[in-house]
Design a protein around this ligand. Structure first.
Ligand code: NOJ
Length: 543
């Protein structure tokens, strides 16, 4: 009997940048109406839940992660009616939608901050963290290392410093002020009332500050999140919090608490280790980080991902590994940003379809709920010459017509140039060409998603490395749920490999490859013998 599971434990998530996805009104910016038009595509890919990047009014100093009004829609994206129409269309297709909720900070253009900085006596002064000195909280690291010299910035008008963990234009809210918490609950309620299925909670480790700590993952932060969870469970059961805590597994574990804090956490340290394994042909970094990953409560789930809208972060590796990753994956200095790499999946993997699919297979079969980043399903490229992280946020490539079918507006109006180089340009890489080609990256990813969803063990099953020859270039593991047992085997290198895998007791029946329906015989002593082509993977189910 399969055990019970919640929708988010077996779902496929898809991250969409509204500005980049589809321009519905020809002004050169993607918008809610455009995204709504493309829901059938998303559904067809096999996605269950869409996560949209911040949709709020914002001066866009951090592409929307600097919110100037929590209750509105960025005018480039449409209005609240468009938002309601999107939510309705999402639900009509049986999909779900999670929105970004940026609680740690606002834009410096937010009315609260305008008021706060207007005078030390303002009733909003305590909405933010002010100080006479920039010497407080010295143990807190700087996150945007390339641009920010300090977490404090001087406010000339009111003669004090204000605290910000990200850009100086993103002042941190002061969660020691109960009024701020009350405001944030109102914000959450507003969007939950509009029908969103949950929040991707941005930058949660940094909500509180305490002297003598690194100001991350504080007990006060957990208590706050548990209050938010309780509020959501009571009023909006089934809606989720997916938190962004870019931390080591043992520091992320408390965000699940006893199953009463957040539902999901990204597994940040796993991500770079998948890339290490793919480049070195050695799965051991992945083995080590999974060994270091604590068990989580039954109602919780990790989110796994290969790429997202930020740089491929190397915060969760040691300095030597970071240097190695930069040398291997970011040989050109422009490819580096802060402690990471601003490149997309296909260019990172040499645009080699075998490696791209191998990476997707790891994503679909390692423990956790996969989060795909828009465009990676067709192997889109990047533009490292754009500023900040914009190079991985270029327009979605729908077809080979001008502007990749993304916008009917004039070229000058586009928020960013469409990729148009000979390898990754929209004439070569686009949805229209791939959708009916059974061998395209899109079709193979779609097929993989469908197979993954047909095997519940891949979503919620237990995980165990397979006993094999001890060859680290083979990543082989079992996923099991009740009677369902699946053996997944990946060849990480560019040479043919043979694998001898012993089949544990308790795995009965025939072993059938899920993609090819080929049956693999058990040999003497319950051994299984496989030959894998370069970068090939097999998913074998016992039937
Ligand atoms: C994490 C987001 O993913 C990133 O894009 C943003 O710049 C920071 N949080 C600050 O909100």
């Amino acid at each position: 009997m399969a055990s019970k599971h919640a929708w988010y434990q077996t779902a496929i998530f898809y991250e969409v940048h509204i500005r980049a996805y589809m321009d519905g009104n020809g002004d050169g910016h993607g918008d809610l109406a455009g995204l709504t038009q493309k829901l059938d595509y998303i559904k067809d890919l096999g996605v269950d839940c869409i996560w949209i990047l911040p949709h709020y009014p914002s001066p866009l100093k951090d592409d929307g992660y600097d919110i100037s009004d929590y209750y509105g829609i960025h005018p480039d994206y449409g209005n609240l009616d468009d938002f309601k129409a999107l939510v309705e269309a999402v639900h009509a297709r049986g999909l779900k939608i999670v929105v970004d909720l940026v609680m740690n900070h606002t834009s410096d253009r937010h009315e609260w901050f305008r008021q706060s900085r207007s005078s030390r006596d303002s009733p909003y002064r305590d909405y933010y963290v002010w100080s006479d000195t920039d010497e407080r909280y010295q143990e807190a690291r700087i996150i945007f290392l390339d641009t920010e010299p300090s977490n404090w910035s001087w406010d000339e008008g009111s003669g004090q410093y204000y605290w910000h963990r990200f850009y100086a234009s993103q002042p941190d809210l002061n969660y020691d002020n109960p009024a701020v918490e009350a405001e944030m609950f109102r914000v959450a309620e507003f969007w939950l009332e509009l029908g969103v299925d949950g929040f991707r909670a941005d930058a949660v480790p940094y909500l509180y500050e305490r002297e003598g700590t690194n100001c991350e993952n504080l007990p006060e932060t957990h208590a706050f999140l548990q209050r938010l969870r309780k509020f959501m469970d009571e009023r909006y059961p089934g809606r989720i919090i997916l938190s962004e805590a870019n931390q080591w597994p043992e520091d992320v574990r408390p965000y699940f608490a006893d199953g009463n804090e957040v539902h999901m956490n990204f597994h940040f340290p796993l991500m770079p280790r998948v890339f290490m394994a793919l480049k070195s042909g050695d799965i051991r970094p992945v083995v080590e980080i999974l060994e270091r990953t604590p068990e989580i409560p039954e109602n919780c789930q990790w989110c796994t991902f290969l790429r997202n809208h930020d740089e491929l972060t190397l915060e969760m590796v040691i300095p030597e590994e970071r240097e190695w990753m930069w040398a291997e994956y970011a040989p050109e200095p422009r490819m580096r940003l802060n402690l990471g790499i601003r490149r997309r999946l296909a260019p990172l993997l040499d645009n080699d379809k075998r490696k791209i699919l191998l990476a997707f297979s790891l994503l679909m079969t390692l423990p956790g709920t996969p989060v795909l980043y828009y465009g990676d399903e067709i192997g889109m490229g990047d533009n490292i010459w754009l500023r900040d992280r914009d190079g991985v946020r270029t327009p979605m490539q729908w077809d080979s017509t001008p502007h990749a079918g993304f916008s009917a507006g004039p070229a000058e109006s586009l928020y960013a140039p469409v990729i148009d180089d000979p390898v990754y340009g929209y004439r070569r890489v686009n949805v229209a060409d791939q959708i009916d080609d059974p061998d395209s990256t899109f079709s193979l990813v779609r097929q993989m998603i469908a197979r993954r969803k047909s095997v519940t063990a891949l979503g919620k099953g237990s995980f165990e490395w397979a006993a094999n020859t001890g060859n680290p270039a083979l990543a082989a593991f079992w996923r099991s749920l009740g009677d369902q047992k699946v053996l997944v085997v990946h060849n990480l290198i560019g040479q043919v490999q043979s694998a001898s895998i012993s089949i544990p007791e308790g795995v009965s029946g025939r072993l059938v490859e899920i993609f090819t329906a080929k049956e693999y015989p058990r040999l003497q002593d319950n051994m299984l013998q496989l030959t894998l082509a370069p970068y090939q993977y097999h998913w074998l189910e016992s039937r």
